[in-house]
Design a protein around this ligand. Structure first.
Ligand code: ADP
Ligand code: MG
Length: 582
């Protein structure tokens, strides 16, 4: 074939493909335009999950009549003037290609009116072919109607998922933007039915309920963190609310929803050892930093960004999340029936009279204020954890061969012996330096067969595994020889232990060395810990309590379940009617 320059139409369809992948991408671009236009109210109407219609109307600044043609031209933007501006972009858009891209793969009608104009103007473009600008009657602001998306790109149409999936994508997107911009009123309709409506009163937690349901929204922990010119706000889940994947972890950077794996790992690090294996937190976090600290021009759909000083922001995320988690003590308290469940035992002064739904956020604020950490260097995480340590406990006895009953200065504790022992073992292994994990050679090498994809994963981890005490050698396709295991595992089934490791690697799409070790050890601890139903001597019970007191995070087992239930003095008094209920 000879070399030829592609016809304009083909070239623009190719370019459009980068920006507009599915109906939700259209919604995102149009939403961003409305936000950039400083709209106070945005109404989105969707039909057939966006394939028949996506209409976004705003009450923003509008487009002047003589610029309407230009707005839909490729590389036409009012938001950027020179290449230098690229390094301090303060708007969501800047590439000037969204409207052009959408118009080349749909029938797009744009109607707009500025505050100064006496009438609105309208323009229709079908598959990139533009009509003439006409006068129309319309209120101030801009309305973009996108009909029959991909009507001229049958290949794309075929790749669209089921309506329900595309619809969910749109809902997830609009809801998250609504949380990010709580002062703007959002309305979303699917086939004429209201799917989301926000009040614009600035309350994020209210909108959070649309994302997670009222119960979870109420329990989400508030994050409010500022360090120099970096600000992180938002919500993260307490350790008892998790998901099986990372999809519910959302980051906004300077008002823009971005996918950034390192930010997500930073958050996961904050939860380390507090969550069950293969469970992930929920989070909606908003990072604000000076525009020149972040390069937004690395992805056509602007979904990725690059930070100038990544480590710095990751540390902020980790620290902020850790602080929010610690402010919320994970000892569950038993509430008498009819009592609203509340965040337990926060060390607070006099409770304020506030709407119960808002109590938690207010309390978290109090703590953030009273703590007032030095702006530069917060204490390392280990020291921070000390605040979660236990008071000295006096053993009362064992109940049901499963729970230890103990007394502390502030009431009664019921300790789950299995969970507590898991925690103790876990911290014992963790505090040994890797050099002291010794391999124990097996009398007879064990042979493991794995399907191809698992084998490939295991092969990559042979070196790190060696550091943990597992000696594994490839032994033909899909086959491995296990010749040694860590010494602290000497009484476990070697192949079962190795299989647990492989499963671990499979579950985590991006195995981080630190995480892998922790998880592995957590599994092992589960295997070795005292079981429920096991009789313990008084000495064993006391020893377990002492060791638990010495733990850094005594209140949860390594999988995130609570190790204890706390019955506070005041709760007991209330329950026995010794004191009025508050
Ligand atoms: P970008 O947002 O990157 O500038 P777009 O193709 O999305 O590129 O939009 C092109 C231009 O059209 C914008 O720069 C803006 O001036 C104008 N525009 C688009 N949508 C709106 C809107 N809803 N309100 C006002 N102006 C708009
Ligand atoms: Mg735009």
């Amino acid at each position: 074939m000879t070399i030829q320059i592609l016809p304009e139409e083909v070239a623009s369809q190719i370019a459009a493909g980068e920006v507009i992948e599915r109906p939700a991408s259209v919604v995102k671009e149009l939403l961003e335009n409305a936000l950039d236009a400083r709209a106070q109210q945005i109404v989105i109407r969707v039909e057939a999950a966006g394939q028949r219609l996506i209409e976004v109307s705003d009450d923003g600044v509008g487009i002047a009549e003589n610029e309407l043609q230009l707005a839909v031209a490729r590389h036409a933007t009012s938001k950027l003037r020179s290449a230098d501006d690229l390094y301090r972009v303060a708007t969501l858009g800047f590439r000037g290609e969204a409207l052009a891209s959408i118009a080349s793969v749909s029938r797009l009608t744009i109607t707009s009116r500025t505050k100064e104009a006496t009438t609105a103007t309208r323009l229709l473009i079908e598959g990139g072919r533009s009509g003439a600008v006409e006068r129309a009657g319309a209120p101030f602001g801009t309305q973009v109607r996108v009909e029959d998306l991909f009507f001229n790109v049958p290949a794309r149409l075929k790749f669209l998922k089921k309506e329900i999936t595309e619809r969910q994508q749109i809902d997830a997107l609009v809801t998250r933007y609504a949380i990010a911009y709580p002062r703007i009123r959002f309305q979303l309709f699917h086939d004429g039915r209201s799917a989301l409506q926000t009040s614009g009163n600035g309350s994020q937690r209210e909108i959070l309920a649309n994302l997670y349901g009222v119960e979870i929204a109420r329990q989400m922990l508030e994050v409010a963190f500022t360090e120099d010119e970096v600000q992180l706000t938002g919500y993260i889940s307490p350790t008892n609310i998790t998901r099986s994947n990372r999809r519910e972890i959302t980051f906004f950077v300077n008002g823009r929803w971005v996918q950034d794996a390192p930010l997500v790992s930073a958050l996961l690090q904050a939860y380390q050892t507090m969550l069950m294996v293969a469970r992930y937190p929920l989070a909606v976090l908003f990072l604000r930093l000076p525009p020149e600290e972040v390069d937004v021009n690395v992805h056509p759909a602007k979904a990725e960004v690059r930070f100038r000083k990544p480590e710095r922001f990751f540390v902020c995320v980790q620290r902020a999340a850790r602080r929010a988690l610690l402010a919320y003590s994970p000892i569950p308290q038993i509430n008498p029936p009819g009592w609203r469940s509340q965040p337990p035992s926060l060390p607070l002064s006099a409770p304020k009279q506030i709407d119960p739904a808002w109590e938690m956020s207010a309390q978290t604020d109090d703590i953030a204020l009273s703590e007032s950490p030095p702006a530069t260097q917060a204490p390392p995480l280990q020291t921070e954890l000390a605040s979660g340590q236990l008071p000295l406990l006096r053993l009362v006895g064992q109940a049901g061969n499963t729970y230890l009953v103990a007394e502390g200065p502030d009431g009664l504790y019921l300790v789950d012996q299995h969970a507590a022992h898991e925690r103790v073992l876990f911290e014992r292994f963790k505090t040994r330096s890797p050099a002291t994990i010794h391999s124990q050679t097996l009398l007879e090498a064990a042979v493991l067969h794995l399907p191809a994809h698992s084998a490939a994963l295991l092969e990559e981890q042979i070196e790190p595994l060696k550091r943990l005490g597992f000696l594994v050698q490839p032994f033909g396709p899909g086959t491995f020889r296990l010749t040694a295991i860590p010494d602290f595992l000497s009484d476990a089934d070697p192949l079962a232990a190795l299989r647990a490791v492989v499963e671990d690697i499979e579950e985590d799409e991006t195995p981080l060395q630190g995480l892998l070790e922790d998880r592995l050890i957590a599994r092992i601890c589960k295997r070795l810990a005292i079981k429920g139903g096991q009789v313990l001597s008084t000495e064993e019970q006391t020893a377990l309590l002492r060791e638990l007191e010495a733990c850094q995070s005594p209140r949860t087992c390594p999988h995130g379940r609570p190790t204890m239930i706390h019955l506070s003095v005041s709760l007991l008094e209330r329950q026995f009617g010794r004191r009025g209920s508050r």
